[in-house]
Write a protein that binds this ligand. Structure first.
Ligand code: DOR
Ligand code: ZN
Ligand code: ZN
Length: 444
């Protein structure tokens, strides 16, 4: 007998939406069949005519362990994921210590394993002196991340020769490079100017890190990766200049992502958010925001990823220069997007491609990212009619705040399943554990 049947569902497949049920056995989707043909099962869940999406894959999160567990830990961060319909997270390497050696990677695995509520994978970090570690890497990481300028965690590789050498190592191994593309010299130059300014504000912070900081870095990396022959994925594209560069230079192996904060917030929100708006790259203009929305619809940008970067209230309340940069996003991504589905801005199929289908393809995640027979039963049941406010008090993230606090949104996740296990059920987190993902080989 199957372990689980989901009936009365509208399934969001990669090219169409069908009214059908799901038969789930041993964590996988065994069958997609019309409701009358559904077999008996140990457990039957009625979706009540709601849509079922493939669980979201968030390719860019900072879960902060080891080293900064006061901000977030693997339990709170992955609970936030489950509550947001996110069934797989890829964790960033700027922890303390950073994930730049085989040893620190294995230490991080040991931390995640007994805590994670959803499935997970790891990004490895490139540094100025870990070429030998990169040479020893195996096929068990999501990517190697290049921070071109300094940000939380002090992990960076700001030397083009080293970047080029490292990209060549990755090219040989077929490992994807991911990048935080901001030009170190430019960022530094204007930061010094900002420090000389009297009473700098959060608006000044964004203004002193202009678009060209990001676009010059992206341009340089496009060139270096082409010369090195490596695949490259650009994190948090935030400007129209970057979108233009990507449009002109789109080739196989060049992909990119955009954050919900750059899609839903602009410089106009900074006054009301104060230091909570501080993030790298910063919030941009309305015009940039418009270009980003066009780019996700036209396929120039492939993925929406949160860059979930939690910091505590007291760390955000400091003066603007000392305040931490980054904002949480795991619990609000899906409701924000579902609200847009209701408005007709984007379709459920587009949403699902940007948050599950394309992430799985780009990061070569095995058996995930779509509702397909044989794939993992990573699913989220969403209610497009449910209206609720984002409330800081209800969040699972340890940082306890969201830049979207108070936003009234229509469209919320009701239930989240990871490999058939119910990990989020209308406000309650389940007690099953996530597993590390596996990757398809280059040849497959
Ligand atoms: O604002 C940011 N915060 N940008 C980053 O690149 C890192 C992140 C963090 O880890 O806090
Ligand atoms: Zn970044
Ligand atoms: Zn990040």
């Amino acid at each position: 007998m199957p372990d689980l049947v989901i009936k009365n569902a509208r399934l969001v497949l990669s090219d169409k939406i069908v009214q059908a049920g799901l038969v789930i056995e041993e964590g996988r989707i065994k069958q997609i069949v019309s409701d009358p043909k559904l077999p008996q099962a140990d457990r039957v869940i009625d979706a009540h005519g709601n849509y079922v999406l493939p669980g979201l894959i968030d390719v860019h999160v900072h879960l902060r362990e080891p080293g900064s567990s006061s901000k977030e830990d693997w339990i709170t961060g992955t609970s936030a994921a489950a509550a947001g319909g996110v069934t797989t997270v890829l964790d960033m390497p700027n922890t303390q210590p950073p994930t730049t050696t085989i040893q620190t990677l294995s230490d991080k695995r040991a931390i995640a394993k007994p805590k994670a509520k959803v499935d997970y994978g790891f990004h490895f970090g490139a540094s100025l002196d870990n070429l030998d570690e990169l040479r020893r890497l195996e096929d068990d990481i999501a990517s190697v991340k290049f921070y071109m300028s300094v940000t939380t965690g002090n992990l960076r590789v700001d030397n083009d020769a080293v970047i080029y050498e490292e990209l060549k190592i990755l090219a040989k191994k077929g490992i994807l490079a991911t990048t935080h593309a901001e030009n170190r010299d430019m960022v530094q130059y204007w930061l010094e100017k900002l420090k000389q300014k009297e009473n700098p504000t959060a608006v000044d912070y964004a203004d002193y890190r202009p678009n060209i900081c990001a676009s010059t870095a992206l341009n340089q990396l496009l060139y270096l990766s082409r010369k090195a022959g490596s695949r490259i994925h650009f994190c948090h594209v935030s400007t129209r200049e970057e979108v233009n560069l990507l449009r002109k230079n789109k080739r196989e192996g060049v992909t990119s992502e955009v954050t919900p904060h750059n899609l839903f917030l602009t410089k106009e929100n900074i006054k009301e958010l104060g230091n909570y708006s501080k993030v790298n790259p910063p919030l941009r203009s309305k015009q940039d925001q418009g270009t980003l929305w066009k780019a996700i619809r036209s396929g120039v940008i492939d993925v929406i990823a949160t860059d979930h970067a939690p910091h505590l209230l007291e760390e955000k309340e400091k003066d603007i220069l000392s305040a931490s940069s980054g904002m949480p996003g795991l619990e609000t991504l899906l409701p924000l997007l579902l609200n847009e589905v209701g408005k007709g801005t984007i379709s459920l199929i587009e949403l699902s491609k940007l948050t599950a289908g394309s992430p799985a393809k780009i990061f070569r995640i095995r058996g995930k990212g779509a509702i397909v027979e044989g794939y993992d039963a990573d699913l989220v049941i969403v209610d497009l009619k449910k209206e609720a406010k984002v409330e800081n008090e209800k969040l699972f993230t340890k940082c306890g705040w969201s830049p979207f606090d108070g936003w009234k949104l229509r469209g919320w996740p009701l239930k989240t399943f990871v490999r058939g296990n119910l990990v989020f059920d209308e406000g309650v987190i389940g007690d099953t554990l996530g597993k590390e993902i596996t990757y398809t080989k280059n040849e497959e």
